[in-house]
Design a protein around this ligand. Structure first.
Ligand SMILES: N[C@@H](CCC(=O)N[C@@H](CS)C(=O)NCC(=O)O)C(=O)O
Length: 270
């Protein structure tokens, strides 16, 4: 078995964070695909490693590490060159603030937006039994409620609105942060703060929605252009998205653009 094995699924944002980090460290890994649409994340063997039934899981020398934010920090500590975590305590807290933004708002937000634009259709075509398995979600009632609400209400679900607001807060702070320094979030070189945010910006970009937040934020647009030019963004994220996944995002994302724009305008008091 390879030293590093990543339990991974195509276009998953959390897996993308981990892949960019592995690329930035120049590491190779073996992929084990967990098909979320076949509910393979609920396989009892997989749940022993990752009790929440989510991807990614990184197995290093036979030991599982879970939670993408923790996995990225683990990779940085285990393979220190080049460093992706600032060396001073203040820099580290500033970097971790962006992990919190991702974990405490953006992740649920992007999940619900993607779901309302793309996956709802796919769930309608499932059998009732398959759908109920997805809803049950290994006993996490909060995820079940989010899932059901978005399945029923689409972009009008309050969970989608919460996600749109989380993005508005994050991009506003990013704008202020970049105004004070830059060109990366915590200074002159990319850190896990940038890596944590990249997949969440990328998904909005590929869904054709990002302009709704960045229209008034040229500094964030510059950061995003710089991120997309970073070689590890390309090899860890963009190059690993299949053409049919790009096509699905391009086709379905714009369906919720008007709802997104209206919600952002509401948040800005327009
Ligand atoms: N906090 C977890 C979240 C992981 C997560 O939600 N992963 C999604 C894919 S991005 C997943 O596996 N979802 C399973 C499902 O939809 O049932 C992490 O950062 O690793």
């Amino acid at each position: 078995m390879a030293a590093l094995v990543l339990y991974d699924f195509g276009n998953s944002v959390c897996c993308q964070k981990v892949r960019i980090t592995l690329r930035a460290k120049g590491l190779d890994w073996e992929v084990r695909r967990v098909d979320l649409f076949k509910s393979e994340q609920y396989d009892p063997q997989y749940l022993k490693m990752n009790p929440k039934g989510v991807v990614p899981t990184l197995v290093h020398d036979g030991r599982p590490v879970i939670e993408s934010t923790l996995i990225c920090e683990y990779i940085d500590e285990t393979f220190p060159d080049p460093p992706l975590i600032p060396s001073d305590a203040y820099g580290r807290t500033r970097m971790r603030l962006w992990s919190k933004f991702a974990d405490e708002g953006l992740h649920d937000g992007v999940t619900e937006m993607s779901f309302s634009a793309m996956f709802r259709e796919r769930m309608r075509n499932m059998t009732e039994e398959q759908r109920q398995t997805r809803f049950r979600n290994v006993g996490d009632p909060r995820r079940t409620d989010r899932f059901k609400s978005t399945y029923e209400l689409g972009a009008k679900s309050p969970f989608v609105t919460h996600g749109i607001a989380a993005y508005e807060r994050a991009f506003k702070l990013l704008d202020e942060t970049l105004a004070e320094g830059g060109p990366w979030i915590v200074g002159g070189a990319p850190t896990l703060a940038d890596i944590n945010l990249m997949p969440y910006a990328a998904r909005l970009e590929y869904l054709g929605l990002i302009g709704a937040w960045l229209d008034i934020r040229p500094r964030v647009r510059e950061w995003w252009a710089r991120a997309q030019d970073w070689p590890h963004f390309k090899t860890g994220l963009k190059d690993l998205i299949a053409e049919d996944e790009f096509a699905a995002m391009r086709t379905h994302g714009p369906k919720i653009l008007d709802d997104v724009k209206a919600a952002v305008a509401g948040l800005r008091g327009k």
